[in-house]
Design a protein around this ligand. Sequence first.
Ligand SMILES: NC(=O)c1ccc[n+]([C@@H]2O[C@H](COP(=O)([O-])OP(=O)(O)OC[C@H]3O[C@@H](n4cnc5c(N)ncnc54)[C@H](OP(=O)(O)O)[C@@H]3O)[C@@H](O)[C@H]2O)c1
Length: 300
Amino acid sequence: MYAILGATGNTGSVVARRLLDKGKKVRVMGRDNKKLAPFVSQGADAFAADVLDTDALSRAFAGAEGVYALIPPAMTLPDFRAYQDQVTESIANALEKAGVTHVVTLSSFGADKADKTGPVVGLHNMEKRLGQIKGLNALHLRAGYFMENTLAQIGIIQSFGMMAGPVPADVLLPMIATRDIGVAASEALLRLDFEGQKTQELLGPRDVTYAEATRIIGRAIGKPAVAYIQLPDEQVIQAMTGMGISRNMAQLICEMSAAINSGYMKPLEPRSTANTTPTSFETFVEDQFLPAFKGQAVGA
Ligand SMILES: NC(=O)c1ccc[n+]([C@@H]2O[C@H](COP(=O)([O-])OP(=O)(O)OC[C@H]3O[C@@H](n4cnc5c(N)ncnc54)[C@H](OP(=O)(O)O)[C@@H]3O)[C@@H](O)[C@H]2O)c1
């Protein structure tokens, strides 16, 4: 049996589906049984628990041959970094208590750095904390910049006719579709061939700038003249808090963007077949951005 945290999310849903498709026993986890129900109709066992409930997590992990673990985003909290460390502690204690031998985690490029990378510091700490667990084999997937981050641009395009953010237009980003992370995680869980503490970067098919992403989006939505502008941090923070994101989270995102912009936060591995994933930004835009832009449900 495999236990999948965040099974209703971007990556966990792909991990759960693929393991179920392979005929594996899967325990899907999230906070809401109703949202987990579609997996139950495919044969999964649903386990609703808050990630901070260590006892519940350890019961859910008990007997699992492999666990998929992530720190859920919580965009409105006043101290997201503290929350990340609490979640890490809860997951680590539950893995230990349940005697889990193999975990695949969702980490990020930049997790090699202990500071100045915003939310990625929490993923650095997660990798370090899990590394202290005796007998645990961990594979930390250091994913690139999610293509799904650009979905936040839909409201900006619709309101202002442009795209905007804290990253300069010409900075190359290893943009990855989250479904490719789910595929890589499910394959690692099926193989269970990692030992000790391992990291693996996942970098998308190629590096893409916001300028190029904007051209691809502009063409797809029939607004080829749409432009991208980099905003100063204060304006980013104002815009994000206006969208209901906490000031703390907005500041952390600005810190991460500055780390990317300066080259401090960057992939460490040269591109290879092992860290290159298939879904192109063009495909992501056709399959997800465009339906979301048109207000349709993805897959509808
Ligand atoms: N954005 C990026 O560019 C980027 C890059 C690298 C790494 N990352 C990392 O990717 C991770 C997010 O992964 P994702 O996109 O797959 O997740 P996601 O789509 O945001 O989904 C979060 C999942 O966690 C569950 N969840 C939320 N709060 C919970 C709680 N308190 N207790 C239990 N479950 C909870 C949600 O389920 P319910 O809502 O159903 O409860 C959902 O299944 C983060 O750790 C982030 O740091 C992001």
